[in-house]
Design a protein. Structure first.
Lengths: 268, 298
């Protein structure tokens, strides 16, 4: 009886998971179609849409731009966020709880509102539509994730190890590089990789900050889909899925995706 | 014992330590705070001011008044609330079985299910929406299958309407609901079920008296999360709802990027934020009082 009920739940779960994965199950095959319209099941087999990628206007520059933006965002957010995270985890100071809440607050507001606020602000500063503007925006929304990763990483941290190193005569910098950092390295690297992913995927904030010269890949796809539904987009999407899969698997390997719990609350 | 007391004595004077760490605290926090103030607080403040000023930079509530005096805008707000509510219901129905399955399974299976729940979520929403387009459009997967099977002879309108929008939104946010419910189910003490069984309760009874009430905190936080996210979703209503579905974020976008009426756009987005906060906190208040009532009854 128990076994039967269990498996029914399993079957239902299977179908629901199929629903959530469905978009990927159709995108990849549809990119190999030989027709000129996205269809499923795809008719014929061809690689013409992949060779067509090279001719898609703006694609190459958007890919390069998005990768650059995501990499610089990830590096800067990691440095800034790790410093702040360490500080909150290790030191007791006045107003610590408030500062912690404030540092995480960009995640509590809808991305749409942050995007508009930054557009207004950057227009005053002359940064609207620039790389710097997008970079600052992406850093803002990824720092909270890095801080949270570091805080979870530090939750199981044993202060005695640092004390032991200090007693043995190690200098603070050396303690950090030889004791503290290796222990929180998985959390920090996950923060970096996750920041890359958030930046690389972002649509809602970038929407207000891109320009014709500085166009990110998701925005290029977004604009393209609204005009026509070509299998070309299936091919682009397949490539993006593959690019996104690398960081996802890295996080799963070194940190565990399940520990992301509650971490991703504003990726739209 | 003696050694520890000696170590304590040898430690540097407390004062020195405090001064050192205070500087370190400032040093470590400064970069993050600069970003927070310079790229978040100031812009938000500027936007608020923007929504409260007219062309001559005088204080005015006209932008907010305009929104509430125009029935069209009311309609858009209502549509947004309606779609978000449907999304919450859809997500709730799909989430509960998955969360229960996750709570009942262990080790590898639970890890795999968790991975599959989170995986789609980490790929751009634009791409997921495009996948739904392939499934739902007039010549898409579902219509092709139904037409060829002879079940329908006209393609069904599955997207560029409210249905498509809700499907896309449910798919976007269901992961939050699943994780919220699963976390609350994980904390249920298994001996409660044994106690229930000893008292003669069957599976259904156990579910109604143990699983369901104890999962409610997770359900409530899932509802709050999914509702707030749906209220401010822009991409999915645009791509899967098309021009026929008008929601607040799209209205804001239009005011900001095309009509270039920034004060009105800013006001609309604050109205959206205010409405969301009001509805969510009312919901939280109601569900909490209800919970206290249950406590006092028993």
């Amino acid at each position: 009886m128990m076994k039967l009920r269990f498996s029914w739940l399993g079957v239902i779960t299977f179908f629901i998971l199929m629903f959530t994965i469905a978009p990927f199950l159709v995108i990849v095959p549809s990119s190999f179609t030989s027709e000129n319209f996205v269809s499923f099941p795809p008719e014929g087999l061809s690689l013409k849409w992949y060779t067509g990628l090279l001719d898609m206007p703006g694609l190459t520059s958007a890919v390069i731009f998005s990768l650059q933006l995501a990499i610089v965002t990830a590096i800067l957010s990691t440095v800034i966020g790790t410093l702040a995270g360490l500080c909150i985890a290790k030191y007791n100071f006045k107003g610590k709880q408030t500062i912690n809440t404030l540092l995480l607050s960009p995640l509590a507001l809808p991305a749409l509102i942050i995007g508009i606020a930054l557009l207004v602000y950057f227009t005053y500063l002359g940064l609207a539509g620039s790389f710097t503007g997008l970079l600052l925006a992406h850093i803002l929304i990824t720092i909270p994730y890095v801080i949270r990763f570091v805080l979870t990483g530090m939750a199981t941290f044993d202060d005695n190890l640092e004390k032991a190193a200090a007693i043995m005569g190690a200098k603070p910098i050396r303690i950090f590089w030889d004791v503290t950092f290796p222990l929180i390295r998985p959390a920090v690297i996950s923060g970096t990789v996750f920041s890359f992913l958030i930046s690389f995927d972002n649509v809602t904030i970038s929407l207000f900050l891109v320009s014709a010269e500085n166009m990110t890949l998701p925005l290029l796809i977004f604009n393209y889909i609204q005009q026509n539904l070509s299998p070309l987009i299936s091919a682009v999407s397949t490539v993006v899925i593959l690019i996104s899969l690398i960081p996802i698997l890295i996080i799963e390997k070194i940190y565990g995706l399940d520990r992301l719990f509650g971490l991703n609350s504003n990726s739209h | 014992m003696e050694q520890t007391s000696q170590l304590k004595l040898k430690a540097p004077s407390k004062l020195e330590h405090i001064i050192f760490s205070k500087w370190v605290v400032y040093l470590l926090l400064t970069p993050a705070l600069i970003v927070l103030i310079g790229v978040f607080f100031i812009p938000m403040l500027l936007m608020l001011v923007q929504s409260l000023t007219d062309e001559q930079s005088n204080f005015t509530l006209a932008n907010y008044a305009l929104f509430f005096s125009e029935p069209f805008y009311w309609g858009v707000l209502w549509q947004t609330i309606k779609l978000s509510t449907f999304t919450v219901l859809g997500a709730l129905i799909l989430s509960y079985p998955v969360a229960m399955f996750m709570a009942q399974s262990k080790g590898k299976i639970r890890a795999i299910v968790t991975f599959l729940v989170l995986l789609p979520h980490l790929v751009s929403v634009v791409i997921r929406n495009f996948g739904w387009t392939i499934i739902l459009n007039d010549r898409g997967m579902i219509n092709t299958i139904l037409l060829e099977a002879g079940i329908i002879d006209q393609p069904l309108r599955l997207m560029y309407n409210e249905l498509g929008t809700v499907i896309g939104l449910v798919d976007s946010f269901v992961a939050y609901m699943i994780l919220a419910i699963a976390t609350s189910l994980y904390t249920i003490n298994p001996s409660l079920y044994k106690a229930g069984a000893i008292m003669g309760a069957n599976k259904v009874r156990n579910f109604i008296s143990i699983t369901l009430p104890l999962s409610l905190p997770g359900v409530y936080s899932g509802i709050v999360l999914v509702f707030s996210l749906s209220m401010s979703a822009f991409v999915t209503p645009t791509l899967l709802g098309g021009t026929s579905v008008k929601v607040m974020p799209a209205l804001t976008y239009q005011q900001i990027m095309f009509t270039l009426n920034w004060p009105l756009g800013a006001a609309i987005s604050f109205i959206l934020l205010g409405t969301t906060i009001f509805l969510v906190s009312t919901f939280t208040k109601v569900t909490e009082t209800k919970r206290y009532k249950v406590v006092f009854k028993s």
